[in-house]
Design a protein around this ligand. Structure first.
Ligand SMILES: [Mg+2]
Length: 249
């Protein structure tokens, strides 16, 4: 068993922005009995609570669970019946405004987002350590999100524009319809390194499980670390992988 297991959230532990299934929740709870587990995703902490924490069985060993919201820009641990922040690379108000202004420019310049079309909730969300642009709105239905940019071509245009406009920040393609922007150098690799350091675990002893480890994918940054990696296609494969961790061949 690895000394630490990282999971991406959307497309890996659950469908995009959906809750963990009860089967997945049971598997994660079983894993937490034997090893520390971390979840890293572009979402903010409330989104993690909704998708993961509220789905776990009541007796789950949460003290072994580490949450890395906003792409690793923050780390939370569970102590004394509550979630406590270990660190957060918070953006200043000025930085957040600079990013939002550039996002609006990028939307106008690239034309990839149809502003006349109804948005499901706000398109730009300030998440403390990260500003996120969701093309169809934060609450858009999964089916529409999956159709919007399957090849990442639209997000690629936004990313190219924004990376040039915001050299002091890191611009990442998030799940399905999203662009995530954090302080420069903050990405999933940063989060992986910080938690390994914090727990005094060698990166090579940890495992990272994600659905987008390919080039340009949302999990690709972790290749900058020494962690072992496992690519999964969807949450069903992740479930199979967790079962195998308990009974290695
Ligand atoms: Mg994913």
């Amino acid at each position: 068993m690895n000394k630490l297991v990282f999971f991406d959230l959307d497309g890996t532990l659950a469908e995009s922005k959906q809750a963990l299934t009860s089967e997945m929740a049971a598997l994660v709870a079983a894993l937490l009995e034997v090893t520390p587990v971390a979840v890293i995703s572009g979402g903010a902490l409330p989104q993690f609570k909704k998708q993961i924490i509220e789905q776990l069985p009541a007796e789950t060993n949460l003290s072994n669970l580490y949450l890395l919201p906003t792409s690793g820009a923050a780390l939370y641990e569970y102590r004394h019946d509550n979630w406590h922040k270990v660190y957060e690379e918070h953006l200043s108000q000025k930085e957040s405004h600079t990013i939002e202004a550039a996002m609006k420019e990028a939307i106008a310049a690239t034309g990839v987002i149809d502003l006349d079309h109804h948005a499901w909730g706000g398109r730009i969300e300030h998440r403390g350590a990260q500003v996120s642009l969701s093309a169809l709105g934060q609450q858009a239905p999964l089916i529409l999100k999956k159709e919007w940019d399957p090849t990442r071509a639209k997000r690629g245009k936004l990313q190219t524009y924004l990376a040039a406009a915001l050299p002091d920040f890191t611009v990442t393609i998030g799940g399905k319809t999203t662009i995530d922007i954090t302080k420069r150098g903050i990405d999933k690799a940063y989060g992986v390194r910080k938690l390994c350091d914090y727990l005094h675990i060698m990166e090579s002893e940890a495992l990272y499980v994600g659905d987008e480890l390919e080039k340009g994918g949302n999990d690709e940054a972790v290749y900058k670390t020494e962690v072992q990696t496992s690519v999964v296609k969807d949450p069903t494969e992740t479930g199979e992988l967790i079962k195998k961790l308990f009974s290695p061949a």
